[in-house]
Write a new protein. Structure first.
Length: 504
């Protein structure tokens, strides 16, 4: 039977609890043949059973949204938004999306571009007359594509919750040297996106959040995406958990800091959203309701190759663009603060959007969502992302890993130079170091991290990872020094605080 027909009466609305919007799911199935309908149901069952098992075996907590041709195919929460209060994670639960915030900042810039209020070739001098000479000609295009040369984090930035107002933030960012000549390469930066958010405020005359709400959210019915501080009445925000321990929320950390968000976070990370609201956001692009098709195409064009990815990844405007294993286009946004993890994947040629968010450190989306997409397309997990043997996201990280395994931990920097491996992106060292740690190669991992913390002294996770490695080797004083350095960089860092407390 190949004809299009109504199948809801035959099989029911959906095969999993937490499905929100039966009519939306019905639309997907009504446009399907019987064979396609059965396949979709089987796929949803596979995915649901997999996530139920993860919730049981790996303390997975969070939610998954799948959109097919603009309609909800799957929308369900797992685990707890609040373990103590036994509040379940549902499609209406708000949780931090981390750096997916950058996609919203990019969309806001493009809205102003459409309105003729700015040009993508505008340089910083136009908006900040006193900007130093080395940064005057940085364009909005370069900020949007991480090709400006601004560093990922400001030196001694004090963490996400530090009270740093606009003028101080700009003065600090402009005083620091660029990491490369603007336009010559592309390396991920939070600073550049926060500067774009400041430009949004200056051009529009509105606060960053107010602009998002008025120009991007209200036109498509989005009510709750935001920083949620102070927390509104009736708002349900997922608690973050670090290996089972309650970390709190962004809002509880704002409260301790005396307010927020401030510019170490604002515009580059930390927005809260639910599965329900992300459905509306994704469809705003599918339906071209807030931006024109030509504008969206500019955003999703691979403008410049991301450094150290071997040509596999490119930056669009506020997104990363690559190819799937099916050789189709993938528009990717990911975000994390080490507690919350989120991922937004758009597959326009296949009519699909995946959004996943988790609120537990032990269940990051980069491990789970690749398995979900395999279940969706192939009906099985062919290459488990939890398997330690899975390849490297950054090809150069694999070269670094192999170098340490074959050459050993001695003279690591010398061996790097001999092999002609140049490191300009700290994520290469992070991926290789964590893989060495996972594979029980502590000496090699320590050699890498000792180089890492000298090469990139402001990366908190490197200090913490090295501290943990020293601790496992029984070198407690060295471990303490690492955690102290981590706290000097980010005074509110919970991982370092907890480790020092246990040691002292």
């Amino acid at each position: 039977m190949k004809g299009k027909l109504s199948l809801i009466g035959l099989f029911g609305c959906c095969i999993f609890s937490g499905c929100s919007g039966g009519s939306q799911v019905q639309n997907v199935y009504n446009n399907s043949t019987l064979e396609e309908y059965i396949a979709l149901n089987d796929t949803c069952k596979l995915i649901d059973n997999y996530l139920i098992s993860l919730a049981k075996d790996r303390t997975f907590s969070g939610g998954l949204l799948i959109i097919k041709n603009g309609q909800k195919l799957f929308s369900k929460g797992y685990g707890f938004a609040d373990k103590e209060k036994k509040i379940s994670f549902t499609p209406s639960t708000l949780a931090s999306m981390g750096s997916i915030t950058k996609a919203f900042t990019a969309a806001a810039i493009m809205k102003l571009y459409e309105e003729g209020k700015l040009s993508l070739t505008d340089n910083l001098k136009k908006y900040f007359p006193l900007v130093p000479e080395d940064k005057q000609n940085i364009t909005l295009h370069q900020l949007l594509t991480h090709s400006s040369g601004f560093v990922e984090f400001l030196k001694n930035d004090g963490g996400d919750y530090r009270k740093i107002e606009t003028d101080e933030y700009l003065a600090t960012a402009f005083a620091e040297p660029l990491s490369f000549e603007p336009g010559t390469k592309s390396i991920y930066t939070n600073v550049g996106m926060s500067i774009l958010a400041i430009i949004i405020e200056r051009v529009s005359g509105l606060d960053y959040e107010q602009f998002l709400k008025k120009e991007l959210f209200e036109p498509v019915g989005i009510k709750d995406i935001g920083y949620q501080y102070p927390v509104g009445k009736g708002v349900s925000i997922a608690q973050g958990y670090e290996n089972g321990k309650d970390w709190g929320t962004h809002q509880s950390h704002f409260e301790k800091a005396g307010g927020g968000p401030y510019w170490n976070l604002k515009g580059n990370g930390g927005l809260e959203a639910s599965l329900n609201e992300m459905y509306l956001w994704a469809n705003a692009f599918t339906n071209k309701t807030i931006l024109k098709d030509s504008t969206i195409q500019k955003m999703f064009t691979p403008h410049i190759m991301e450094e150290n990815t071997g040509g596999h990844y490119y930056f669009g405007y506020g997104c990363n663009i690559s190819k799937t294993r099916r050789n189709t286009k993938m528009i990717d946004n990911g975000g994390s603060n080490g507690i919350y993890f989120a991922r937004l994947l758009r597959l326009p040629e296949e009519g699909l959007v995946f959004y996943m968010v988790t609120n537990e450190k032990t269940s990051p989306t980069e491990k789970i969502l690749p398995n979900i997409t395999q279940l969706y397309f192939y009906g099985r997990i062919m290459k488990d992302a939890f398997d330690r043997k899975v390849g490297f996201e950054f090809p150069k990280a694999g070269l670094v890993y192999d170098l340490l395994v074959t050459k050993g931990p001695g003279d690591f920097e010398k061996n790097l130079k001999s092999a002609g491996i140049e490191i300009q992106d700290d994520m290469i060292l992070l991926e290789a170091g964590q893989k060495l740690t996972e594979n029980n190669k502590p000496d090699e991992a320590i050699a890498l991290y000792e180089y890492y913390v000298i090469k990139f002294p402001e990366i908190v996770v490197a200090q913490n990872d090295l501290g943990d490695l020293y601790l496992k080797k029984g070198e407690k004083e060295k471990a303490k020094n690492c955690y102290r350095r981590a706290l000097k960089i980010r005074p509110e860092n919970p991982r370092a605080k907890e480790a020092l407390k246990n040691l002292e």
